[in-house]
Design a protein around this ligand. Structure first.
Ligand code: IPD
Length: 264
């Protein structure tokens, strides 16, 4: 079995190539190809092209591995699985907001051991290998520590399903007066990397998908953050939280009584 470092290098090479293709081919005004759960939940032709490229490169290098991709679903079996978001932040991509990413995680026996988030418009490639730290441009990343909730800058995201949006607004109204401020960047993968880099202090969101947080979750964890759901549950389908220990618990205790896991 290859090491996390070897998987990480391959994931980085593929995420870099997908990013170059997306930058070269993104038209001035990309068009929505289809919508999924709501009019906000969009797919462009380049989401599909990016995933096709990523799948082809994985298959060429590692033909027996399984792949879970946002657009193509689950394929293959075996101990190694690649978790792929070909464009995380598709609405930003659509509008030209420079906050979208190619996210690739590698799981072995159910555990993510390598993760890459290429925030393409910023030319930033965040990487992590389990037990080896999180990195950006040769610098080791460390999340902010010792920040109390009322001084914390918190990133969040809003899942696209319309029936849940009213609940998300209620949760936000409760959180906003209790923290320094809120950021809604539009890419969960990039939000988690921002926690890792200390650009925000924490992150919460209800129900991001595995492809949204697989790589970014490892990057944040390797930078010292806790990543998880409410009451020790997994990140999905409930609430995903991410912050340094201490702030993580404060955020958890603020959000838990709101029952944000109800469907709304
Ligand atoms: C979305 C983004 C967004 C988050 C949504 C995700 P997509 O991913 O990460 O920030 O709030 O929950 O679905 O659809 O652009 O890949």
């Amino acid at each position: 079995m290859d090491s996390g470092v070897t998987f990480g290098r391959l994931a980085e090479e593929i995420a870099r190539e997908a990013g170059e293709m997306l930058l070269a081919k993104r038209p001035a005004r990309p068009e929505v190809l289809v919508t999924k759960s709501s009019p906000t939940d969009v797919v462009t032709a380049l989401d599909q092209a990016s995933e096709e490229l990523i799948r082809a490169r994985i298959k060429a290098a590692r033909p027996d591995d399984a792949i879970l991709g946002e657009e193509g679903g689950s394929t293959g079996g075996g101990r190694v699985r690649w978790i792929v978001d070909p464009i995380d932040g598709t609405v930003n991509f659509l509008y030209g907001v420079p906050e979208w990413a190619v996210s690739i995680a590698v799981e072995v026996d159910g555990e993510v051991i390598a993760g890459v988030v290429n925030v393409v418009p910023r030319g930033e490639i965040f990487t992590a290998v389990k037990g080896e730290g999180a990195w950006l441009a040769g610098e080791r990343l460390r999340c902010n520590t010792g920040v109390p909730l009322d001084r914390a800058l918190i990133a969040t995201g809003f899942g696209y399903e319309s029936r849940r949006r009213a609940v998300q607004a209620e949760v936000l109204a409760h959180v906003l007066p209790r923290v320094r401020d809120i950021r809604r960047g539009g890419s969960a993968a990039s939000d988690l990397c921002s926690v890792a880099a200390g650009r925000v202090d924490g992150y919460y969101e209800r129900g991001p998908q595995y492809w949204d947080y697989g790589a970014g979750g490892l990057i944040a964890a390797e930078a010292g953050a806790r990543v998880g759901g409410l009451n020790g549950k997994p990140c999905n389908p409930g609430l995903t939280l991410c912050a340094a220990p201490g702030l993580f618990e404060e955020l958890h205790d603020l959000l838990a009584p709101l029952d944000p896991e109800r469907d709304g």
